[in-house]
Ligand binder design. Structure first.
Ligand code: ADP
Length: 593
């Protein structure tokens, strides 16, 4: 199956991806007001801090009686001015964090809502193509990356650029010569940052990939721990995991070596620049062309600027990561929905079903035509058993009846109208399913039954449970309907889960019913209870039963035998069995359904 592993794609900061990043900005649009306040606070909190080196220099000059500005001629004044700068900076920093959080938290919650809404509306074919674990990570990990980007990275980017530009401007204004001297180190820093940065990112990705592989080993092994034990392969698994970890360590150490070299180089160049400034600056001080205070503020500005350059390197990496996350999120948002989530009601369906020359191949396996012209007519209220070899397309017909997939050619006609013309959600409300393997959600029994109709009253839930022969076992639990089921709740037996599913279907009250009989036999008592409940459920509804039991088949109004992608035979049990060479007779003989 062709999988689109966009996670592997290397994000690039080209025009298209910036366009996509913009697509995420639209989620911030409703919070423009807070965003503007955040930007203003950010501007002040960053720029006010630039007065800090200047005032520190003034403090030293004032102490030496060399103050150049009259109102800073007193040490207390300079001290107070410094405290004032810090205070204003703190207030604006607080405001910046708060306002950006308002924008970010709301925008990201909106994005998650939209993604989830999209997940609900995507067709089954989408879920055939994509692994659920990977989809899950889009709404969790990818959105978390974006959250980081918009809360810190963006603010940091603006802050660092402002510091850099304003810092250099201030330096030029105070002493152009010294500034040029310092700026000489920039090209070296930038070139090294770009070259090394690229290399290090590649190695980090290698580490992450190796770690992901190691994690997959754990995940898969834990999922099939029983098999590991059966084959007594514990040691083999430990070795397998251990060797994947060795690879992680190998790549991580290589990456760390380069990172270490990179960091020490940057520190060397930065501090080399500062030493140079100190050295040349001290010379200027000795010549009397600048004061000690000037030199101090100069060195402090240089440190600020150096910090900004270092910070910008990190930001580049973070933005690249954000573009990757954006692409993955956008891919979901742009995927085609099977419907808009609107719940146009279809008040009633009679339940007359006609499949007319239905041809169908799954979108993920277009070369395999599963249905090759199926014709089948089921009248309102009839019970039709669908039989045929495993893999013959019985479940596929059930999928098409629920309109999980588009039919390639032919038509599904319900009450004389093509099902395509019905609103999808409205239509599905009239189709109920009791599946082979019933999945219960984590929650109470009552909640699980009410899944059939979330608006049902407690009394209706109890009533449905009663009709589904489930009341007795539910009441045998100390907590009754409030008993927790699902992964961390009480484990229900197969027969009990089926009766919950039947109660669900009763609450849903559909005109059309699809029953997928369990292949594994229940114990006789459960079987009887489930059978009775199913009879109650089927009353007055059109039922299509994917049948595995002879008793069900015998009781059906019609039996349709599916073979080679078509309905080969149709009729009652006695009629079909009469033809001893027929497909049905052979199926029954071999018990192959
Ligand atoms: P049955 O219910 O009669 O056992 P199915 O309808 O499940 O048969 O399967 C019919 C064929 O369609 C099989 O070859 C099966 O592998 C294929 N198939 C079933 N579901 C899918 C799917 N979601 N994607 C691709 N192929 C599928």
């Amino acid at each position: 199956m062709a999988r689109k592993d966009s996670g592997e794609k290397k994000p690039r900061l080209d025009k298209g991806s910036m366009q996509k990043l913009k697509g995420i900005f639209r989620f911030m649009a409703p919070y423009k007001g807070s965003f503007t306040l955040g930007l203003i606070s950010l501007f002040f909190s960053s720029t006010v801090l630039l007065a800090f080196p200047y005032l520190t220099g003034s403090l030293i000059d004032t102490a030496q009686g060399q103050s150049k500005i009259p109102w800073l001629s007193d040490l207390t004044h300079v001290g107070l001015a410094l405290m004032g700068v810090l205070l204003v900076q703190s207030i604006f920093s607080f405001a910046r964090v708060y306002f950006f959080a308002v924008v970010n938290e709301n925008a990201m919650a909106d994005l998650r809502r939209e993604l989830y809404r999209k997940f609900m509306s995507l067709p089954m074919s989408f879920y055939d193509k994509n692994r659920s674990g990977e989809l899950f990570s889009r709404i969790t990990a990818d959105v978390a990356v974006l959250q980081d980007t918009f809360s810190t990275t963006l603010a940091e980017l603006i802050r660092q650029v402002a510091t850099l530009v304003l810092g250099v401007a201030i330096l030029f204004a105070t002493n152009p010569k010294l500034t040029l001297f310092m700026i000489l180190t920039f090209p070296l820093l930038i070139v090294v940052a770009i070259v090394f940065g690229k290399f290090i990112r590649k190695l980090s990705k290698g580490t992450q990939d190796a770690l992901a592989k190691a994690n997959i080993v754990v995940e898969e092994t834990l999922q099939s721990i029983g098999t590991v034990k059966t084959f007594a392969n514990e040691d083999y698994e430990v070795k397998r995991y251990s060797s994947t970890l060795d690879k992680v360590v190998g790549i991580a150490l290589k990456s760390a070596t380069f990172k270490g070299a990179f960091i020490s180089f940057i520190i060397f160049v930065l501090f080399g620049g500062i030493v140079g400034v100190l050295w040349y600056g001290s010379y200027l001080v000795s010549q009397g062309s600048i004061t000690v205070g000037d030199l101090t503020s100069f060195v402090l500005y240089t440190m600020f600027i150096g910090g900004s350059i270092g910070g910008l390197g990190d930001i580049y990496g973070a933005i690249q990561k954000a573009v990757g996350a954006t692409e993955r999120v956008q891919e979901i948002l742009e995927a085609e929905s099977e419907h808009e989530i609107n719940k146009e009601e279809i008040p009633r369906l009679e339940g007359n079903i006609t499949l007319k020359d239905v041809r169908f191949a799954y979108p993920t396996r277009s070369e395999l035509e599963v249905l090759k012209g199926v014709n089948l007519e089921i009248n309102k209220g009839e019970k039709v058993a669908l039989v045929g070899k495993s893999g013959g397309g019985k479940s596929t017909i059930a999928h098409l009846l629920q309109r999980f997939y588009e039919i390639n050619s032919g038509d599904l006609i319900i009450d004389g109208k093509s099902a395509k013309d019905f609103n999808l959600i409205g239509y599905r409300k009239h189709v109920g399913v009791v599946p082979q393997e019933v999945l219960l959600f984590g929650g109470t029994i009552a909640e699980n039954i009410a899944y059939g109709n979330p608006e049902a009253s407690q009394q209706e839930i109890v009533e449905a449970a009663k009709k589904a022969n489930a009341l007795e076992f539910i009441e045998s639990f100390p907590e009754g309907f409030e008993t927790l089921v699902g992964e961390r709740g009480v484990k229900l037996s197969g027969g009990q889960r089926q009766r919950i599913a039947i109660a669900r279907a009763i609450l849903k009250d559909p005109a059309i019913l699809i029953l997928d009989e369990a292949t594994s036999a229940l114990d006789i008592e459960s079987e009887k209870q489930v059978q009775e409940a199913l009879e109650t459920l089927m009353e007055g509804r059109t039922s299509l039963i994917i049948a595995h039991r002879l008793s069900t088949i015998r009781n059906a109004d019609k039996i349709a035998v599916l073979e080679e992608g078509t309905v080969k035979e149709i009729g009652k049990h006695d009629e079909l069995i009469a033809d001893s060479d027929g497909s049905y007779a052979k199926l029954i003989q071999l018990q192959e359904f």
